[in-house]
Design a protein around this ligand. Structure first.
Ligand SMILES: [Zn+2]
Length: 210
């Protein structure tokens, strides 16, 4: 296959699913379409990401002394104050146990630096450090990147934008994502912005029937 395809499964972790500390509405509903995509054999590379924070991470409202959901500056960058979530080694940081990990080639852990948040699977929010994902995909001659997971308006959006910025042909699988929607409509607005930036919005059925 010349046009190699990667599937990126963003942050399908317990804390982002119902019952978690930063639960996304219906976050667990992404597991079924993602498992169908993984099983389809249509991807040459499968990458899963994990938000993986030290317990004193600067994005945590409890650490920043901010109310949850407020916007503040973390080392000069816009930052939403989040509830404590995805603390390294915790059950909340674990990937959902109903997610099919059999074909996962690489797990990217991000958000390890307390001083900066990292929504994207490629770079931290200040684009100061890379995770190594770009080089990994290039070495494997990946041309197309399909982004799924949580959440549409944050880590999925930033991952897709950076993928596009890196020059990969980038797709977001809409039904395999769910949004935080801190403000109503945020997830839909994120998809619209991505489409304007050249990211293709697609669906699981479209991919499986192609
Ligand atoms: Zn986080």
């Amino acid at each position: 296959m010349s046009n190699k395809r990667a599937l990126i499964i963003v942050d399908v972790q317990n804390d982002f699913c119902p019952g978690g500390t930063l639960a996304v509405t219906d976050g667990d509903q992404v597991v079924d379409p993602i498992n169908r995509l993984v099983a389809s054999g249509k991807f040459d590379v499968v990458v899963a990401t994990q938000d993986w924070h030290p317990s004193d991470h600067g994005s945590f409202a409890s650490v920043a002394g901010e109310d949850v959901g407020t916007l503040f500056k973390l080392n000069g960058l816009d930052q939403v104050a989040w509830p404590d979530h995805c603390v390294q080694g915790s059950q909340g940081a674990a990937l959902r146990d109903d997610l099919n990990l059999d074909k996962v080639n690489m797990i990217v852990r991000k958000g390890l630096d307390s001083e900066v948040d990292s929504y994207s699977a490629f770079f931290d929010n200040g684009k100061r450090n890379a995770t190594g994902l770009e080089g990994y995909l290039r070495d494997l001659d990946v041309v197309e990147v399909f982004v799924t997971g949580l959440a549409t308006d944050y880590c999925v959006r930033f991952t897709a934008e950076d993928s596009e910025w890196c020059g990969f042909n980038t797709f977001v699988v809409k039904d395999a994502t769910r949004g935080v929607n801190l403000n109503p409509g945020d997830a839909d607005a994120a998809l619209e912005a991505l489409a304007e930036e050249g990211v293709v919005i697609t669906t699981t059925d479209e991919i499986l029937n192609s």
